[in-house]
Write a protein that binds this ligand. Structure first.
Ligand SMILES: [Zn+2]
Length: 167
């Protein structure tokens, strides 16, 4: 096989769930104040430790896996994509401002018209200004309630918001 094909194959392998299961115990989950780690029944084998007459690959027969139980402050990573009034053109260097517990947050969009922040649950009035237009809106982040397996996604959850400026 050519080296390039090997590289692509290895990249594909890294994306498979089994690789994620394998690397799971090595990954450290992102924790916020109030978040808790707890053992819960494995979702693949429903806590039996067996899957298709074999040792369950997810929990390795241990019947339980570690879950993140989100606390009231667990943030969501909000990624904002800012567009001009035409709804298509991205807006780099738009200035943003919102108020949060840590104080006023000021930022500018990057070359793709994007910005991002880890936001705990709450409402954040947001002002966006640029030469193409402006927008006053509110970023609302709801508390998370669903426990998630730590081995699959130990990071803060991500969401993408689209903002279309007005003239
Ligand atoms: Zn299992």
């Amino acid at each position: 096989m050519k080296p390039k094909a090997l590289l692509i194959l290895s990249l594909l392998m890294m994306l498979t769930p089994s690789f994620l299961y394998w690397i799971g115990p090595l990954r450290r989950p992102a924790m916020a104040d109030g978040d808790q780690l707890t053992l819960m029944a494995c979702p693949v084998c429903s806590g039996s430790g067996q899957s298709q007459n074999q040792k369950c690959p997810r929990c390795r027969g241990k019947k339980q896996i570690q879950f993140m139980v989100p606390g009231p402050h667990r943030p969501t990573y909000v990624e904002g994509h800012v567009y001009a009034p035409d709804g298509v053109t991205v807006v780099p260097q738009a200035s943003l401002q919102f108020h949060c517990e840590a104080g006023d947050w000021k930022h500018t969009t990057d070359e793709q018209g994007r910005f991002g922040a880890d936001l705990p649950p709450g409402k954040y009035p947001l002002e966006i200004q640029s030469v193409q237009g402006k927008l006053s809106t509110v970023i609302e982040v709801m508390p998370q309630t669903t426990p998630t397996p730590v081995d699959l996604d130990p990071r803060f959850p991500t969401r993408v918001d689209t903002y279309i400026l007005q003239k």
